[in-house]
Design a protein around this ligand. Structure first.
Ligand code: ZN
Ligand code: ZN
Length: 649
């Protein structure tokens, strides 16, 4: 009789072939046996070490969501007989399933489906696992073309085990699946269907378009509610909506998908951001360079982009028999700057920095406001250095990364080292050296990190920094890549101290990622309420009556002379309406001026949260906010304290 060793070291004896669930506590929804997740019905036929898995832990949630996706698909098939179902994986925070249905689903349909799901859940249908050979699997899914295609193309991740296929059935409804699942539909926990979307079968625009239903599932009602609250918060912060409201940028149809124009307010914001990036780089020993947007195909052949990156590049432009491409990356241009002269060991490291506009031919379906565009502007730089300088240079990049992001309130990065992908240039030795350098720099920086197989760039391994925003979402922002391949391909050299020719190493790095994406992230992070230094309009004067407008304009001019961005609302609206308008634009300080204020040299100062202090003396206030902006502070001026300390009343 097999022995089960439990996590606390105790053992339990089960009859040969008994389900592992018999050795598990009641709150387990599946089990981990020798490291693998299995159903509670998994028959034990030898001694194993086993752990219960509950819905409260990540693996358990995954199983819960996956099982809920099955029940959703079954509900859809019950309500729309003849429905064709494609795939339905668990995803972060939930699950989806793709369907081929005769009619378009509506939000009301989601309620119907959810109601049917609750009936299925209440019925407590056990999930039953079967293994079929290919012929029987094809027969089982005779009326399901998508399942048949999966069986015919036999992808291991989709339920195929060599020539065997695992199928899970609850009641009469079956799905092709590797499992595991909760033991029965009454163990699903709390779920909710969220939204509808279109999706192509296999993500291929030439294949049928399917209807995707998104849902979420959690172990408890509290967790579900917390999640729905996070979704609402994300919706409120949506940078596409706020971008319109704050008049920052737009995406005119005439430009084509994924290309933005920046309005004056967006331009003011962007200038601050870019100036900060340039200033910080120059302070760290980078040189600023400028390169064009287009280059002949020969450049992209040498760099390897045409061989490995072509599908992300805009189609060629032809001039007689020469092909030109708009740049998807800045790297080869910086290589040419390096190669414009003979370099000596004393010239290294060479740090070339450019906020460079690139063009990437992203699939229209992948575009998302500023977060994924076709014209990203990369805060790019390439460091050419000697092999003995490599680790030190990478550490310098890590320091700069932490410094830049701290300014925006992004701290405590989640760091990942990504290793060689399937499509790659350069030999094994280069990859090994580059990976070692990144690892050494990570260790010496004392950064905690994890390693990800196969996620590197085609020309080298990379380190990614992810940061959490104000509502806890993780964004991948910084990328640092170590590259021995491009120096080889471009035959880059320097004269060593030994008078011999040597090959430099190259570091590629973008700290914010792209200006566009980073802006989208910042808009959502701050919910449009930028810190003063980034705010397009920092101060707005609201004259109480027409006769105060001239005075307000003079004050605004004074602030502008001090390097601040100030505006005057001289519209015919009432004062409360003007204050409301300023708040909607997330203006950091709104200053109301009337007879009393003009006489006393003060203003009624209102911050974005609606806190108002009357009779604030203007000169010290202007000094204080000029200081707030110059120091790129995340904290507003304490106007109450300012008023008290100047003793003005
Ligand atoms: Zn499944
Ligand atoms: Zn690069």
């Amino acid at each position: 009789m097999p022995n089960i060793t439990l996590p606390d070291g105790s053992t339990k004896e089960l009859a040969d072939g008994a389900p592992i669930g018999d050795a598990m506590p009641g709150d387990a929804i599946c089990a981990r046996v020798d490291g693998e997740l299995v159903d509670l019905s998994w028959p034990v036929d030898h001694d194993v070490a086993a752990q219960p898995v509950t819905a409260g832990e990540p693996d358990g949630l995954h199983v819960l969501r996956h099982s809920t996706a099955h029940v959703m698909a079954r509900a859809v098939c019950d309500l729309w007989p003849g429905a064709k179902y494609a795939i339905g994986p668990p995803i972060e925070d939930g699950f989806y399933y793709d369907f081929d249905l005769p009619s378009s689903l509506t939000p009301e349909d989601l309620e119907k489906i959810e109601a049917r799901m609750r009936e299925i859940a209440a019925a407590g249908q056990p999930f039953v696992r079967e293994e079929l050979d290919r012929a029987r699997a094809l027969e089982r899914f005779a009326d399901q073309p998508y399942k048949r295609e999966i069986i015919e193309t036999a992808e291991a991740s989709e339920g195929a085990l060599g020539d065997r296929f695992s199928v899970y059935r609850n009641d009469g409804w079956a799905d092709l699946c590797l499992g595991p699942h909760v033991p029965s539909t009454d163990r699903l926990g709390v779920f909710k269907l969220l939204s509808l979307a279109g999706a192509y079968w296999r993500g291929d625009e030439k294949r049928p378009q399917l209807q995707r239903i998104y849902g979420t599932a959690w172990a408890s009602q509290d967790e579900l509610e917390a999640y729905l609250h996070r979704l609402e918060e994300a919706e409120r912060r949506d940078h596409r909506k706020l971008g319109r409201q704050l008049d920052l940028y737009s995406f005119p149809e005439e430009l084509g998908p994924g290309l933005a124009v920046w309005h004056p307010r967006g331009g003011a914001f962007r200038r601050q951001l870019e100036d900060y990036v340039r200033e910080t780089h120059v302070g760290r020993g980078y040189d600023l360079v400028v390169t064009p947007h287009v280059a002949r195909s020969v450049l992209w052949e040498t760099s390897g982009h045409l061989a490995k990156y072509r599908e992300n590049m805009y189609p060629a432009m032809r001039d007689e028999d020469v092909e030109y491409f708009v740049k998807p990356m800045n790297c080869p241009f910086h290589v040419l700057i390096y190669k414009s002269q003979t370099r000596s060991y004393r010239d290294l490291p060479m740090r070339l920095s450019e906020i460079g506009s690139c063009y990437r031919y992203e699939r229209p379906g992948a575009l998302h406001g500023l977060l994924r565009v076709r014209g990203p502007t990369i805060d790019d730089a390439h460091i050419m250095c000697r092999a003995d300088q490599l680790v030190e240079e990478i550490i310098g990049v890590f320091d700069l990364t932490l410094e830049l992001h701290r300014t925006f309130g992004f701290t405590e990065p989640v760091v990942e080292l990504s290793l060689k992908p399937g499509e790659a240039i350069g030999d094994e030795e280069m990859w090994a050296k580059a990976t070692e350098a990144l690892r050494a720099a990570l260790v010496r920086s004392g950064l905690e990190y994890r390693e990800a197989e196969g996620e590197g760039a085609f020309y080298g391994p990379k380190v990614d920094f992810h940061f959490r925003d104000a509502i806890g979402r993780l964004w991948q922002l910084t990328t640092v890549q170590c590259d021995f391949a491009l120096p080889e391909r471009f035959d880059m050299e320097y004269m060593g101290e030994d008078n011999q020719r040597h090959r430099p190493v190259m570091i590629h790095r973008a700290i914010l990622g792209s200006i566009e994406r980073f802006t989208g992230v910042l808009v959502e992070h701050y919910a449009g309420a930028f810190p003063l230094w980034l705010a397009p309009e920092q101060v707005r004067f609201v004259p109480v009556a027409d006769r105060h407008a001239e005075h307000a304009a003079a004050l605004a001019a004074r602030l502008k002379a001090r390097g601040l961005r100030a505006g005057v609302d001289d519209s015919r609206e009432t004062v409360p309406k003007k204050i409301r308008a300023a708040q909607l634009m997330r203006i950091p300080y709104t200053l109301v001026v009337g007879d009393r204020e003009i006489e006393a040299g003060t203003a009624a100062v209102r911050d974005r949260a609606g806190h108002e202090v009357r009779g604030v003396p203007l000169d010290p206030f202007v000094e204080a906010i000029a200081q707030e902006a110059a120091s790129r502070s995340l904290e507003g001026v304490n106007v109450d304290a300012l008023k008290a300390s100047t003793g003005s009343g």
